[in-house]
Design a binder for this molecule. Structure first.
Ligand SMILES: C[S@@+](CC[C@H](N)C(=O)[O-])C[C@H]1O[C@@H](n2cnc3c(N)ncnc32)[C@H](O)[C@@H]1O
Length: 278
């Protein structure tokens, strides 16, 4: 009993930390300015239709939920960080979309079994620390014959490499937590979902980001807007030589990827995976 209580307390503390992390910086600008196409790509790939009940897990500001609602579907945008819903509501209003916003942990979704026709997550569920728990929840709330659609950064792509670059500087992950970009590995996701899905279709695609004057400018922008990067810098704030080293490492990463001519242009690889609930 005490062990169970300890585990519940530890999980609550971890989720509170994650919630605070995603509230840092300016995630809404990342979704709005850098990766808005991902939501539309996911909604199209999952074939969301008018009248369907759709859940967007780890929806953030509604990158997928808003285009899903614009099809005429009945959409719930769920996220651990309700602070993001203010920007999400503004985004939805600007698009003329109507949907519901609800706080929820991807590892313990507050919905009955089989309550949605389509369950989506756009670079979202990958950040829940316990992959099997989260995958079990995606499968549980999707009705038999419904669809699951996921976009996840790949381990080999830019964002996966960025997380590997930050790892030596970040606080150690809690026991049992798995690295987010593993969700970008098709075999990993197939294993997580197992025989609860059929018709798995997976492909790697690219979203191109740009507009920075240099790799250094990308880094300076990124360390001011992206919660996980801000949290990593906070972890080493007392060690200026480590801050300088991370500055160098991130700029070097962006420098290696930069294919721009005069401005910095970066291709970010993701896995787009759709499946049918058995
Ligand atoms: C990179 S953002 C993606 C947001 C949005 N889907 C998009 O495409 O812009 C990751 C999101 O995962 C959410 N998140 C992290 N851990 C979560 C968890 N355990 N349960 C639900 N949401 C979580 C964060 O609050 C954040 O909104």
């Amino acid at each position: 009993m005490t062990d169970t209580m300890d585990a519940i307390t530890a999980d609550r503390a971890l989720k509170a930390k994650h919630r605070a992390m995603w509230g840092l910086g300016d995630y809404p600008s990342v979704a709005r300015d850098l990766i808005p196409e991902l939501g539309r790509v996911l909604v199209a790939a999952a074939g969301v239709r008018r009248g369907e009940r759709v859940l967007d897990v780890a929806a953030g500001t509604g990158n997928a939920a808003v285009p899903a609602a614009l099809t005429g579907a009945e959409v719930v945008a769920s996220d651990l960080t309700p602070e993001l819903f203010t920007a999400g509501r503004e985004f939805a209003a600007s698009q003329g979309a109507q949907l519901t916003w609800e706080e929820g942990d991807a590892e313990a979704l507050p919905y009955p079994d089989a309550s949605f026709d389509v369950v989506l997550s756009c670079v979202g569920v990958m950040f829940a620390p316990h992959h099997q728990k989260a995958a079990d929840e995606l499968a549980r709330v999707c009705r038999p014959g419904g669809r699951i659609g996921l976009i996840s950064w790949t381990p080999e792509g830019f964002v996966g490499e960025m997380f590997r670059t930050m790892k030596p500087y970040a606080p150690p992950p809690p026991p049992g937590a798995q690295p987010p970009p593993l969700w970008g590995d098709e075999q990993h996701v197939r294993q997580l979902l197992g025989d609860r899905v059929t018709d798995v279709v997976a492909r790697r695609q690219i979203v191109t980001t740009g507009g920075w004057t240099s790799p250094d400018a990308w880094r300076d922008h990124w360390k001011s807007v992206y919660g996980p990067t801000i949290a990593t810098y906070r972890n080493i704030a007392g060690a200026p030589e480590r801050v300088a080293a991370l500055d160098r490492d991130l700029a070097a990463l962006a420098g290696r990827y930069d294919r721009g001519n005069g401005t910095t242009v970066l291709d970010w690889e993701y896995l787009l995976l759709t499946a049918r609930r058995a």
